[in-house]
Write a protein that binds this ligand. Structure first.
Ligand SMILES: [Zn+2]
Ligand SMILES: [Zn+2]
Length: 234
C-alpha cells in the first residue's frame, strides 16, 4: 500500500507496476515526472484510488502489455500527453475518474486495448475526450462497444454515440479545427504525440499502399485520386 505520498520530479515514470505487480495506491500526489505518472505493464493489476496525477511531461497513466487494474476516483490532469493510454491487450477498469486539461486526448484506447470505461468525466483536453482506435473493444456497463473507425468525420457520425455514462465536454478536438481550416493533420501534431484520426490510403499515388494520409490531404494533394479508408488510430 502506497498512501498519501508525494512522488514528483523523477527522471522516469512516477510509479512503475510491472511483471504481474499488484498493490494499492491511495491518495498520492504524483506530479512533474519525466515519463508517465503511473505505468501499469505486463499483466499487473493494481488499484489506484483518489490519487492526483498531474503536470507530467508525458501521459498521466500508461497501461501497456496486457496491463489491467482498477482506476477509481482519480484526478488526472494537465499532463503533456494522453491522460490515460490503454494499449497492447490491456483491460483496465476506469470508473469515476476526472481527466482534464491534458495536451492530448483524455482517454485513448489503441492497439488491441480495451477494458471498461464507466462514469468518468473527461473535459478540457486539447484533443478528443475518449478516442477509440479501429478494432478495440470496450464495455460500457457490460455492453461491448466495438470501434470501427470512420465515425466522427464521415456520414457515419450519427451512429457514434459516446458512452452515455461518461461525461465528455469542452475537449478542444483540435482535429475538427484543423479540418475546418483544411490543413494536413500533421501540422497540428507535436513532437512525440499524434492525434487519433481516420487514415486513408491513396491507391493512385502508392501502389504498395504503405503510406497513410489524412482526410484533408484527400481533398487537396490527393484530389480525385482513388483512396480507401485504412483505419482510425494514432
Ligand atoms: Zn495530411
Ligand atoms: Zn494520391
Amino acid at each position: 500500500m502506497i498512501q498519501k505520498n508525494k512522488i514528483f520530479g523523477g527522471k522516469n515514470g512516477g510509479v512503475l507496476i510491472y511483471n504481474s505487480g499488484e498493490g494499492l495506491l491511495v491518495e498520492n500526489d504524483i506530479y512533474c515526472n519525466a515519463l508517465a505518472g503511473v505505468w501499469i505493464k505486463t499483466e499487473s493489476n493494481p488499484i489506484l484510488r483518489r490519487n492526483k496525477i498531474y503536470n507530467g511531461k508525458e501521459g498521466g497513466v500508461c497501461i501497456f502489455n496486457s496491463g489491467r487494474g482498477l482506476l477509481e476516483e482519480n484526478d488526472i490532469f494537465n499532463n503533456a500527453f494522453t491522460g490515460v493510454l490503454i494499449s497492447s491487450g490491456s483491460r483496465p477498469v476506469l470508473r469515476k475518474n476526472r481527466i482534464f486539461g491534458g495536451k492530448a486526448a483524455g482517454i485513448e484506447v489503441t492497439n488491441g486495448g480495451g477494458g471498461a470505461i464507466e462514469d468518468n468525466e473527461v473535459y478540457d483536453n486539447d484533443f478528443d475526450g475518449i478516442s477509440l482506435a479501429t478494432g478495440v473493444t470496450t464495455t460500457v456497463k457490460g455492453e461491448p462497444v466495438v470501434a470501427t473507425g470512420n465515425m466522427r468525420w464521415s456520414p457515419c457520425i450519427q451512429n457514434f454515440k459516446p458512452s452515455p455514462d461518461n461525461k465528455e465536454y469542452g475537449n478542444k478536438i483540435t482535429l475538427n479545427v484543423a479540418e475546418r481550416l483544411g490543413k494536413c493533420l500533421f501540422t497540428i501534431s507535436k513532437e512525440n504525440t499524434y492525434p487519433m484520426a481516420d487514415f486513408y490510403r491513396c491507391l493512385t499515388c502508392d501502389v504498395t499502399a504503405s503510406g497513410a494520409i489524412c482526410e484533408n490531404c484527400i481533398r487537396n494533394c490527393h484530389k480525385d485520386h482513388v483512396v480507401r479508408f485504412h483505419r482510425r488510430d494514432r
